[in-house]
Design a protein around this ligand. Sequence first.
Ligand SMILES: [Zn+2]
Ligand SMILES: [Zn+2]
Length: 350
Amino acid sequence: MKEMMKAVVVNAPGNFGVYDVEKPTCPEGGMLVKVIACGLCGSDLRTLRSGHHRVKLPFTIGHEISGEVVELGGNYSGNWKIGDKLAISPLAYCGKCNFCLEGKYELCNNYKEIGQHWKGGLAEYIAIPKEAVQLGTIQKIPDGLDPVHATLVEPLSSVVNAQEAGNIGLGDVVVIMGAGPIGTFHLELARARGAEKIVVADISDERLKLMEQYQPDFLINSKKEDLVERVRTITDGYGADVIITANPAPEAQIQAVKIAKKGGRILFFGGLPKDNSTPQIDMNIVHYNALHLIGTTIFSPRHNRIAMKLLEGGKISAEKFISHTMPLENFVEGAQLALAGKARKVVFKP
Ligand SMILES: [Zn+2]
Ligand SMILES: [Zn+2]
């Protein structure tokens, strides 16, 4: 008799549930991990809604994982042992491409992800492959950090990568376009890095209201107010040093170049919908104002380690961030809440 477990399975776009599936066996050189918690993020919501080009359905997703090691595979040569509690971010780099050889793992040509290439963490158990053990983004959870909070290491790592690329620091006026969970991370990190003033803009009063507790210097509803004008006023006509697009709206990218100071940096953080990803940005503004357009994607093990320290040290507040913690059995309910925009961050516990 095969051992069974509960897992979320996405059958087709819009069709998903919690099922009894075969419990994975421990892979050679890898680990079997009992999941403690797994977060659901914006990209998961997109997969639930419309599938994902790198995910072959039916499949178990989930890539913001905390868990405990329960078994080690044959010829295992990793750092962790049975009983260790780990924060498992999903990346496994090839280690062989020029980017990896230069230490720029976030640009790896052949990286694979748990939750895409390998089955994800929205399950009672997860098989962690040898590749992720050898060159991936797995860390031991520090004693003082709640494993539920440690699921945030993954999304925070991307934010760390972006702000490093944008070199946010002392004296900067930073405009964050998007008051969702990722916008919150950007706000707290920009503050930790020494930003002078932080402006948060969004088109939803509800999201802006939730942002109040983080006390940005300015909260602007860009549907009701002219964001370009407001930023000009705030900056004595100069514009902002850094603009971060933390939303999936092409219009925000068009606007971003208009509110940047000369020589300013624009961090294109949020991806755009596949069929609407060519915004009409006025490139003459980019040219004449000498703007830096900066794209970033995923992260390296170094960013992942910084993210853990930020959470452990409380520079990023995990507590406020997670709006719902629910049993895995209630996945459909939790996912519906998130899909309807009624939950900020949902974390599931098997
Ligand atoms: Zn994610
Ligand atoms: Zn590589």
